[in-house]
Design a protein around this ligand. Structure first.
Ligand code: FRU
Length: 465
């Protein structure tokens, strides 16, 4: 096996640069590269990190391992944008290079403080021959030239008592006189929870505050990537409850991304007021680790990883894996979350009809019928979406080249549909975004035939960027 512990954990400065050159050549031959979704040039992408608006630009980092399509030593790739659509990679990644992040710069968030951006992230370390996890919550300042300077000392040097080494993914927000960090945790009794810490200064003085009371304890054995956002007079909490009990919360993916809406967050009790039941954030095949940003322009924005932990993808054999979703704007309507692509996306939709292999948007041209289907077919692979009014069931079946077909379904109305296709990536927005289905479709790479029964669609081209 090529992926020995030595290679998985090797510091970036110790890799032979030729490895990246060779890998780039391999990636260039892949038939599945997206045109506008953020991905890594080579290797693996996972969680979005540090989503922020700073110094007149949008900043969006992501977990990356450039040396292969595996979960090796993680760094932060840095992407910037003027419009949330056209992203450019800044060639100053945050890589593991201090004691307290030596086995990975894991996920975290960023917040504007004066004229700098403050980053709080999990430094992953393994100790001893048993590779016991010892997480640190580390800090760093980024200046207007995108130079990142890590703090010499961790902000939080250990898991609190009663919590295992699974303690990570801080999201910082400011409320009244305090900065609060929401951190995913696993108790020694093997249950997931979200803990909060707080401090009056962002770069020191962090103390354990309270456990976040979500109104449910069905957080499985570990709650990853907690995020809190505020919109439409409500609060939404998004997190990944690994191993959540399926009897109480249905999901089909190996690990779910979930949300809870509440009337407010009572910071003094650290408790959600009138929380909704836990719901699935996305009904598709690959969506995880979603991060929120309450943007200075008032919008609540989200971005997720189009991929899942503990999963192999066909693109791995081409030397790369994973994308970030398009940035979405979130609202709350009748107690549910509504997700839609940000308006800025309209600037890259052409009026010209798309041809089969363009990046494209498929959108319903007329009200949906009580029964319909949409087929995207290539040789030995397909993506089929259908609705049947008899049981109000939406069904999405995906057959990747060389794999068995898999299905995701949910019950709902048929009111509208728009689909964004970016080569192997799809994001489906159903009923104005009340439901989304996101994932990857590994087709034969030649041509995809689009056909429908009982429905009219318009196919529009998305400018390739
Ligand atoms: C979620 C996650 C985080 C962790 C990061 C490591 O996908 O496992 O909990 O910080 O990925 O890459």
């Amino acid at each position: 096996n090529y992926w020995t512990l030595d290679r998985l954990g090797r510091l970036y400065k110790d890799w032979d640069p030729q490895v990246l050159t060779d890998l780039s050549a391999q990636v260039a031959k892949s038939k599945w590269r997206p045109g506008y979704h953020i991905t890594t040039k080579t290797g693996l992408l996972n969680d979005p990190n540090g989503f922020s608006y700073f110094n007149g630009q949008w900043h969006l980092f992501n977990q990356a391992f450039p040396y292969g399509a595996v979960h090796g030593l993680k760094s932060w790739q840095h992407n910037v944008s003027d419009d949330l659509i056209h992203w450019r990679v800044v060639d100053k990644p945050m890589v593991p290079d201090i004691y307290s992040d030596r086995n990975g710069c894991y996920s975290g968030s960023a917040i504007n403080v004066d004229d700098k951006l403050f980053i709080m992230y999990t430094g992953n370390t393994f100790e001893g021959s048993e590779f016991t996890r010892h997480p640190y919550q580390d800090g760093a300042w980024m200046d207007a030239d995108n130079n990142i300077e890590k703090l010499a000392e961790p902000l939080i040097a250990d898991s609190p008592s009663g919590v295992t080494g699974h303690f990570r993914d801080p999201q910082i927000i400011k409320h009244d006189d305090y900065y609060y960090a929401f951190i995913g945790a696993q108790t020694v009794d093997n249950t997931g929870e979200i803990l909060t810490y707080r401090s009056r200064q962002v770069d020191s003085g962090w103390e354990l505050y309270k456990k976040l009371d979500l109104g449910t304890d069905n957080l499985g054995y570990m709650a990853e990537c907690p995020n809190v956002g505020f919109v439409d007079g409500k609060v939404v909490v998004i997190f990944c409850p690994q191993g959540a009990d399926k009897a109480a919360f249905h999901y089909d993916n190996v690990h779910p991304n979930a949300y809870i809406i509440a009337d407010e967050l009572d910071f003094s009790a650290m408790k959600l007021v009138n929380p909704s039941p836990m719901q699935q954030l996305d009904e598709g095949f690959d969506y995880y680790a979603t991060q929120l940003l309450n943007a200075p322009d008032g919008r609540l924005l989200s971005v997720g990883w189009i991929g899942l932990p503990d999963t192999e993808y066909l693109s791995d054999q081409d030397g790369w894996e994973g994308e970030l979703s398009m940035v979405r704007e979130l609202h709350i309507s009748n107690g549910s979350l509504v997700q839609s692509p940000v308006n800025e996306l309209e600037t890259i939709i052409d009026d010209t009809p798309a041809t089969a292999n363009d990046l494209q948007r498929l959108i319903t041209a007329a009200p949906l019928a009580s029964q319909f289907s949409l087929y995207l077919d290539s040789t030995d692979s397909y993506l089929h979406l259908a609705y049947d009014e008899s049981d109000r069931q939406w069904t999405l079946v995906r057959k990747n080249v060389g794999e068995e077909a898999v299905t995701r379904s949910f019950q709902g109305d048929p009111s509208s549909l728009s689909i964004y296709l970016d080569n192997s990536v799809f994001e489906i927005f159903i009923n104005g975004g009340k439901v989304t289905m996101t994932g990857q479709f590994f087709h034969d790479g030649k041509s995809i035939q689009v056909s429908t029964t009982s429905m009219d669609i318009k196919q529009k081209k998305i400018q390739n960027m």
